[in-house]
Design a protein around this ligand. Structure first.
Ligand SMILES: *Cc1c(COP(=O)(O)O)cnc(C)c1O
Length: 391
């Protein structure tokens, strides 16, 4: 139970809905009234609004963020025998889609500060079979795009930016997603721009790539009955598109709210013994999809916060190369020392645009209490989830 009867959820989608309820309800009613469930005006309107906000010429919407990676890499020509370089720390979608196209996943370790792919370790991984790189702007932290592009271009590699956690993040003033050949986005409900179900999109400035992606996502044909190739069925539906169009108008404001909350955490948690704060590299503007600290006694800290009614998450508990599905690659911790080091130390704290001042202060003071060992009697006597012997 929460000690002060404060409950801080990891995120609060219902609180967000309540702030825009009238517009969302009207948008949903309008889709139902016009039965524009698949394709149609709501999808087209969202695609152009999203392309405009992301500073891209084309947006191809699809069923979810995982499909957006799959569709983009299919259109980029990924096939059996190819090798694709991806970071060792990400959500499984980034790499499972590489394997599903028959290519080999080549993991690259992460940079210890930003958790994004370490460009200094990419060169050594490039072989004659390498076709592309998938940098991930993990947690909303921009990857080092200048260094990545400088490696990709002379080697003839394409770059697909996984922007699932990074809508509106900037690198040297430029929006992420505009550096590579294409950018994939997820609108999973909990993402910075979230639908009320599954949804995703790819953006690009390459008209021919956009046409091939749209074709593949729609059974291989852009007009009914005209199947140029065999494709898949991956569509953004009208209801989700209408919901996303309403939410898109608030994305800039919500992003600022996340940035302000992150600034509060950075200030309040600075100097607390044992807490390693997220590092913002020079010239990067993260959008804080996740606010991730590191702590040597991560699980004890998480249990302590839980006992105070604070929900935390580990994104992700096992780095990709060490998951059972990649066992056949026989990777060792020493292959990816930074990603491996992080997996047992990272902890994502609550952060969402509607988070109150009281909530964030409570989280910060609860972390400070753990660091200082200033526990009240109730906790000290074990009426919480703290393992004994930690103080
Ligand atoms: C969420 C996410 C995806 C996949 O998106 P879904 O919409 O859940 O399929 C891909 N990559 C990263 C980094 C993500 O966080």
């Amino acid at each position: 139970m929460a000690i002060n009867d404060v409950y801080v959820p990891f995120s609060d989608l219902h609180a967000q809905y309540l702030t825009i309820k009238t517009d969302i309800d009207e948008a949903i009613a309008e889709v139902i009234r016009t039965s524009a469930f698949i394709r149609g005006p709501f999808v087209e309107r969202f695609e152009s609004a999203f392309a405009e906000l992301m500073n891209a010429q084309h947006c191809v919407s699809c069923a979810n963020g995982t499909d957006s990676l799959y569709i983009a890499m299919h259109a980029l020509g990924v096939k059996a025998g190819d090798e694709v370089i991806a970071p060792a720390h990400s959500w499984i979608s980034t790499t499972e889609t590489i394997s599903q196209l028959g290519a080999k996943v080549v993991f690259c370790d992460t940079d210890p500060d930003t958790h994004t792919i370490d460009p200094t370790k990419i060169s050594a991984l490039i072989t004659p079979r390498t076709v592309g790189i998938v940098p991930v702007h993990l947690f909303g932290q921009p990857a080092d795009m200048d260094s990545i592009m400088a490696l990709a271009r002379p080697n003839g590699l394409w770059v697909l930016e996984d922007c699932a956690q990074a809508h509106l993040a900037r690198y040297k003033g430029q929006l992420v997603g505009t550096f590579g050949d294409a950018a994939s986005f997820s609108f999973y409900p909990g993402k910075n721009l979230g639908a009320m179900g599954d949804a995703g999109a790819v953006t690009t400035n390459d008209a021919d790539l956009a046409r091939r992606m749209a074709m593949f996502a729609r059974h291989g044909g852009l007009t009914k009955g005209d199947h140029q190739i065999e494709g898949i069925n991956s569509r953004l539906d009208g209801l989700q598109a209408a919901i996303l169009s309403v939410k898109l108008r608030h994305l800039t404001h919500w992003t600022h709210a996340r940035q302000q909350l992150a600034a509060v955490y950075q200030e309040r948690l600075a100097g607390i013994a044992g807490v390693r704060l997220p590092v913002v590299a020079q010239g990067r503007e993260p959008v804080w999809h996740l606010y991730v600290i590191r702590h040597e006694r991560r699980d004890a800290l998480a249990a302590h916060l839980k006992s105070r009614g604070i929900q935390t998450v580990v994104n992700y508990p096992v780095a990709l190369p060490f998951l059972p599905c990649y066992k056949s690659l026989s990777h060792q911790p020493s292959d990816f020392p930074n990603a491996h080091h992080d997996q047992s130390r990272i902890l994502s704290l609550p952060i969402f645009p509607e988070m109150t001042h009281e909530q964030i202060e409570y989280v910060a003071s609860s972390i400070a209490a753990f660091g200082n060992g200033t526990l009240n009697t109730k906790e000290a006597h074990g009426d919480c989830m703290m393992p004994s012997g930690n103080f």
